[in-house]
Design a protein around this ligand. Structure first.
Ligand code: 6PG
Length: 463
């Protein structure tokens, strides 16, 4: 009889094939399935050919043969695009699976969909885990960061495999951990992506300020210095590599790319969820707005205004600080959403553990993340840490100077502005919200809290 395999992967797209190779290299017996449609007829054949040295690898285009090639209870990771296609696949899988078989959704699904899917599968006595996998193709191949939600016993069942394939932190500990109940894996991955959007935009805004005066090689030098000092991060290193890439002696690859940013949805969900949790996650929201604004080149061309710039007074020290503290604010805002969500959903998530598994393997891995993970061990509210708080406070003037420089030169700096305004707002005891409350009471009789009496009241406004 043919030997049965320990793991199954459905979907050999970029992430699925990279993760499969990672699994194979870790000597885990694997079956892979990919649909057989017009453009994908050769996917399985090509993958098997490329990996023929792995004798335990089996490839299928027939779902029930794939299922029958797996050891019971089966463990199946699905890595296909998010959305309705997952529901369709689950529907197809249900009649083929047995009690206690386990489906792990390793894609970027919306966490509320994962909760619904678990419910449906439960009715069919099939187990389900939601699993955020970060690190792009490289991460999937050589060690991603893995965030798992769902029933703990299922996590324990799958952990021996994920332990092998995940990235390792500085202490050689796996960047894979249990988040909490169903939905938490995808929730945390969604917030990771929201932070990722913010980080990308802050780099881009820093680039556009520097580009007012400096050439690409000079900007690269600045970024390299930054990377060697306070802001060492995967996204900054990636940007350095991008800015070095040339088509010819005069042409940069980045200049041939249309300036319309796309997104697949996780940044939008993260932004909305932050607001749903009453948060002010302005950096990720502004970075999404910047992408949205960019996405209509024709309109921007139509309304284009030629503007003159003011005199440039550059101080790289300020730009460096402005970038760094905006990053701190972005991370703080993102982590705060998880801090609120974990209470609401009753997830027993340790925030420092989340930051720890983000120190390697994922897109937002950085030196700052290592520091944040240490801080969170002592207090889950980052701002309560005086070193963290004071480093932002010390950079406040630099952020203001950098923002002014950009604004005076007609740059749209959505995320730097968002970081600055957030910081000023949360560090100002007095706000103008009393006037908002008065307006609400004036036209809607909504009431306000009287500062002196601490009671809710209405005022008989003269109209
Ligand atoms: C990761 C990435 C990955 C991808 C996102 C963002 O952690 O590996 O976040 O999941 O980059 O899907 O994509 P968009 O920018 O297209 O929304």
């Amino acid at each position: 009889m043919n030997k049965l395999n320990s793991l199954g992967i459905i979907g050999l797209g970029k992430m699925g094939s990279a993760l499969s190779e990672n699994i194979l290299n870790n000597e885990i017996s694997l079956s892979v399935f990919n649909r057989y449609n017009a453009n994908e007829k050769m996917v399985i054949k090509n993958f098997i050919n490329k990996n023929k040295k792995f004798k335990y690898l089996k490839g299928f285009q027939n779902l029930s043969q794939f299922i029958n090639s797996l050891k019971k209870p089966r463990n199946i990771i699905i890595l296909i695009p998010t959305g309705k296609i997952i529901d369709k696949l689950i529907k197809d899988l249900i009649p083929l699976l047995d009690k206690n078989d386990l489906i792990i959704d390793g894609g970027n699904s919306f966490y509320k969909d994962s909760i619904k899917r678990e419910n449906l599968l439960k009715k069919n006595e099939i187990e389900f885990l939601d699993c955020g996998i970060s690190g792009g193709k490289e991460g999937a191949r050589y060690g991603p960061s893995i965030m798992i939600g769902g029933n703990k016993k299922n996590f324990k069942r799958i952990y021996p495999f994920f332990k092998k394939i995940s990235a390792k932190d500085l202490q050689k500990k796996e960047c894979c951990t249990y988040m909490g109940g169903i939905g938490s894996g995808h929730f945390v991955k969604m917030i990771h992506n929201g932070i990722e959007y913010g980080e990308m935009q802050l780099i881009v805004e820093t680039f556009s300020i520097l580009n007012l005066k400096y050439s690409y090689p000079e900007i690269v030098k600045f970024f390299e210095k930054l990377n060697d000092s306070v802001d060492n991060s995967f996204l900054l290193r990636s940007t350095i590599s991008i800015l070095k890439e040339k088509k010819s002696s005069k042409e940069y690859v980045v200049d041939e790319i249309l300036d319309e940013a796309e997104s697949k949805g996780t940044g939008l969900w993260a932004s909305i969820e932050g607001l749903n949790f009453n948060q002010s996650n302005s950096v990720m929201i502004s970075s999404l707005m910047a992408r949205n604004l960019s996405s209509n080149k024709l309109l921007r061309k139509k309304y284009n205004i030629k503007r003159s710039s003011s005199k440039l007074k550059f101080d790289l020290k300020h730009i460096k600080k402005a970038f760094y503290i905006s990053k701190c604010i972005n991370h703080y805002q993102g982590i705060e959403i998880i801090r609120k969500a974990k209470v609401d959903f009753n997830w027993n998530i340790d925030l420092s553990e989340i930051a720890r598994i983000w120190t390697n393997g994922c897109i937002i891995k950085s030196k700052l993340m290592i520091e944040i993970s240490e801080i969170l061990k002592k207090d889950e509210n980052l701002m309560n840490n005086s070193k963290f708080f004071n480093s932002i406070k010390r950079g406040e003037d630099s952020l203001k100077t950098t923002l002014t420089l950009g604004i005076n030169n007609n740059l749209a700096l959505l995320s730097f502005s968002a970081a600055f305004n957030y910081w000023i707002a949360i560090t100002s005891e007095n706000s103008n919200a009393n006037l908002i409350q008065a307006q609400r009471d004036f036209f809607g009789n909504h009431g306000y809290k009287n500062k002196k009496t601490n009671t809710i009241m209405n005022y008989p406004w003269k109209k």
